[in-house]
Design a protein around this ligand. Sequence first.
Ligand code: AMP
Length: 216
Amino acid sequence: MTSQNLIIALTKGRILEETLPLFRQADIVPKEDISNSRKLIFETNHENVKLMVIRGSDVPTYVEFGSADMGVTGKDLILEYGSEEFYEPLDLKIATCRLMTAEPAVSNPVSDRLRVATKFTNITKKYFAERGKQIELIKLNGALELAPSLGLADSIVDIVDTGKTLKANGLEAKELIANISSRVIVNKASLKIKNAVIQDILAKLREAVEARLSRR
Ligand code: AMP
């Protein structure tokens, strides 16, 4: 496929399970069972192409600095990271969900500035600033849904899929901030230096995405 080394950073967990079949269809197949391994880097059927498997939030960092040439991660994490150093040439249309604001179904009146709890602080700041709303941002890393009922926040910004998690915690989704899915990102310098092989992989992945959608 290529004489140049190419490293692709994949997101572990649920996104990986949906990514691997697309890569397989694009003829990039790991030599061993990634899902049941504790290794972080894997050989593939192409001698010079390696796959790394890391946390989704670390994928933009590896690709920004060129330690990985390409990566797959969620649009939420790409937006939150906000880099100019990589392109986002392909939507894999997997792991789809929505980034939304959510509030208690029975909401309390907000006296002062809206207090918004989220792990997506950059996206949230930008979203409310663009609407001219001053907020108090409360950074949490998990269990956001608890924040309103415990009086820590008036509103949250979080990922919503079916909405069951919100409902179970007495919350309801309000405003859509962004539609989310997993995207391929490519380091800008890598795209110049390794253009042919990267374009080849992107073309095959694009076909795999279309084939998957047409089967549904
Ligand atoms: P749900 O109850 O179906 O609305 O799922 C909401 C929770 O599932 C969120 O709090 C997220 O942590 C997680 N989740 C669902 N879909 C995704 C996704 N595509 N990427 C990351 N997390 C997700």
